[in-house]
Design a protein around this ligand. Sequence first.
Ligand code: FE2
Length: 146
Amino acid sequence: MDELKKALKIAFASEFSFYLKAHFFHWNVEGSLFKQLHDLFGVIYEEVYDSIDDFAENIRKTGSYTPGSFQRFSMLTQVDDEVNIPGPRDMIEELLTDSDKMAGICKMVFDLAEQAGEHGLADFLAGRQDAHRKHSWMLRATLKDL
Ligand SMILES: [Fe+2]
């Protein structure tokens, strides 16, 4: 259970980092594909943001406190911070790498939740894995002719 709680906090911090990066790209993307990419990053950050409260409350359900500061998030996250403004193609590639990573993290924590018999939590994580697979599909499809 301790391993599950720790992995869940890492997944949550990573999810928050992913959300922030998608919103950051939504704000700062430029170029001839502005409208399309601004909207795509918008769809992604909104979906992820909508999961954040449930994610944190699932941590509380395990009896742990949830991290909620930039310092703690930066200690826990496995999604690299981005401080520069990448070009549009680099934004898509970076978010795709991160989305694939998030799907893998969700799968790993899902397995721990299943082993612990935490089926409700596992169900939530299965949903997050599937959401990231959808984000990855949309990003990969957008990259195809860029
Ligand atoms: Fe906006």
